[in-house]
Write a new protein. Sequence first.
Lengths: 457, 298
Amino acid sequence: MRSPRCAPEFNPTLEIPLRRRTFLLSSAATLLLAGCGTGDPGSDAGAPAPSPVAGDENAAASLVFWSWAENIQRVVDLWNKKNPTQKVTLSGQAASDELIAKFLTAVKAGNAPDVLQAEYQSLPTLITNNALQDLTNVIAPVKSAFPEGTWNLTSFGGATYAVPADVGPMMLFYREDLFEKLGLEVPKTWEEFGALAETVRQKDAKRYLTTFSPGDAGWVAGFAQQAGANWWSNEKEAWKVAIDDPATRKVLSFWGGLVNSGAVLGDPMYTPQWNSQMNDGTIIAWPSAVWGSGVLAGVAPSSKGKWKMAPLPQWSASENVTGFWGGSSTAVSATSKQKPQAAKFARWLSTDPEALKVLVEIGLYPAATLGQTSGGLDTAPEYMTGQPDYYESASKISQTARGFDSWGPNTNVTYGQFEDQLPTAVKNKADLAAVATKVQQASVADLKKQGYQVVGG
Amino acid sequence: MTGQQKRAPYLMAAPAVILFTVFIVVPIGYAIWLSLHAMRVRGAGFGIRTEVFIGLENYLEAIQDSALYEAMQRMLGYGVIMVPATMGLALLFALLLDAPRVGGKRASRITIFLPYAVPGVIASLLWGFIYLPAVSPISAALEGAGLPAADFFGDVSIFFSVANIAVWGSVGFNMVVLYTTLRAIPKELYEAARIDGATEWRIALRIKVPLLRPALTMTSVFTLIGMLQVFSEPATLRPMTNAISQDWVPLMRIYQQAFVDNDIYLGAASSVLLAGATVLLSLAALAVFRTRSARSDR
């Protein structure tokens, strides 16, 4: 299900989404917060052998499910209707990076939920904290229901820890009416995109092609994936970190050039200002992901039917590839006492035709192949009236998406570094590619500090 | 004394002691315990993290953390604006409200106090709207008047923008404390001064302000502590601008360590350091105020 950072549902006029939800802290509260959960030093020393899930998955159960997806209650209701002896209770969570800290604390304290919605990039952090159950033996039967690239998002070192639920292949949204009015062509390559940005400025000084929002690391990661970057790979004994690679530098230099020359804006997305600019035509294109139509419906209600979606521009005309932004999976807590039933629910949520239909209805783009081709996706989202074949195009684009080999065990640190340094670099009109070097160094230093073996550096 | 009477004081103190222990002593103790530990990886490749004792390693890292010092510098920059502005305005408003023949006292008092009732996060969201050029009524007004646009998120103006929210929110509270103290001053003092020919201005400076000193000391210490704990205003504005980094002030840095980098142990060490600094600074401020008032008593 989509990342909060990527696609908060919000009212465009009043409620302001925070990319990272924050709450009041005094220093006393910091101490209190630091004090939650109970320490249990030494009891989990040494890596326990991964044990397969065993037991009767049809036994009566009462499961707790942590999720932040809007209206996911509808899917839970469907399950409860069909499985009266295996009740699932939804506990709605504020989606954010803090959810991981909250879940890890709950695992330590022994009151973790049985089932958890987890973004793909947070899985390694959860796995290395010994918080997730290895589900390989119970979910292997549904492996064929997913494209291989998607299945790999939840498999690490030969074991699968979660069932992919939804994905966010990246695409380009643009204001078709304004493109026509200004006589613009939808860019096929990033080179064309850059030239177009200048053209827009020349033709109408009030408009910008788009904004480069520097505080969204997941977005940058998606661009880097498209360009061929492979930020993390796990080579048997050690991690290889390649954030400071030619592909990432190419992406950052490209955007840095545009934003520093003033061809595109450098302001963050998901602010009241951005909402207003998306709505009134100040910004006329938005590289986003498949769930972007839902966001547009929220922030730009008055331009309904005017936005269209096209494949993301390519780095070379002969290529056809995109990256991922957002998406999540369903995992089972390592401390759950009802693992077989929990795994059954996780499997059902992502593969059952009826469940998939509801997932589409609540605005998620299912990870399962069946979900991308079946009933619910026949009609375009209500907002995209100008594009009846929205999901058909999305499905084609989705086939071309590539991710990294793996997410790193400290993706949160890497993201935090990007989100700290890119905004500052944009503010100071500095070289954005240099940020890749700094993030690489900080990520590697953190891995080493934690005791990981790192090759290269 | 009967046995029951002997037990009575302990029983009466028990609720306070228990609450203090559960909500202050234990969490502080646990934070200190956490600050001496860390998650470290065992096993090659993917590995599993386990909690280990690492002594003072976290403290060494926290002390050498340049981001924390930069955050402190920004906090001081913010404080240099916020503390005098809050105290000055609170004192000014309290004196004005206390001056004779001032109309609309009740309404003014409530108007000045009202922002204090608005939670900091909400206030920051509201001000965020006003600061963002594309939706700002101020920018719209300036544009309408043909004036250059104001940049609320510039390198320097950002400090004023953040401080402004805090000042807006806290002047009312401090004003009420000072005003209440003023109301408690015997009116005979003013009458005597007036008979001696003192103007309202002189009465304010020579009688009211000196008698307000204890209340001023208290509100100043509160405001200073408020400066050390600044978090919600910049943290709420951060998503709206590139001018505020994730580690803009010390508490944001600690928040980043604990919940973004997921290193609650390092966050705990930084928290302990910041709490220590807060205690020291508060004591120092109190000592300064005390010597000053002792000097003026002589």
